[in-house]
Design a protein. Sequence first.
Length: 254
Amino acid sequence: SGAELLYVCTAEEASVAIKSFSPELMVMPSYCFGRIADPETQEAEQEAFLSKMADVVPRLHSLCLGPGLGRHEAVLNSVARIIEEGKTRGLPLVIDADALWLVIQRPDIIKGYAGAVLTPNAMEYRLLSKAVLGDEAGDLRQLCDALKGVTVVQKGPVDQIFCSSQPGFPIPIRVEEEGTPRRPGGLGDLLAGVLATLLAWNSQRRGSQLRACQAACVLIRRASRAAYEKHHRAMVAPDIIEELGPAMQKLFPA
């Protein structure tokens, strides 16, 4: 979707496989899962992880957390501290997948931070709403009110986007554009990555964060539809990546 430099900070055990996927990815082995999961080496590995991230975070214009992260407590505790570092630097934070699990357990980590964007699917939304409002079926506006300035992208057949602190948007933005009837694994990860790129650009131009979220949802839907028209039921997430460039050019002509 146009990111100029992409840092993938991941476990050492996964880094070789990720490096082999594309030469454009700047893969940074940031911790060893074996050591961070071992009580005898856990504390030292957490500190090493945070030290490596402290070198990376100042280079970033946005930070996406969650895809492929896993839910080990020691890893999530380290990620909580990385979120705090991102907040200190005013970075746009896209919080997806397993990082959402962390927020569900500890909502105060992001409460009140206007640069945070949460991207829950249906199940994650129910868990988040239960954690914050005490009700799995909580209204999106009530949830955002309780989160005090955080933006939520509620994914579904119709994506809904809201932030209680953004003037001019009294009701959620609805993205109803046709996407694909097939929803392969990894589609949410693609949205999170595209969103991180658009939020980075948006923060540089001081634009509307809600409009950046809307653009990301539309872009993924258009790219997904184009991929499905070519591959039909055999479509997988990497096929959508191939369509992001053309879809981006139509949506935002260079």
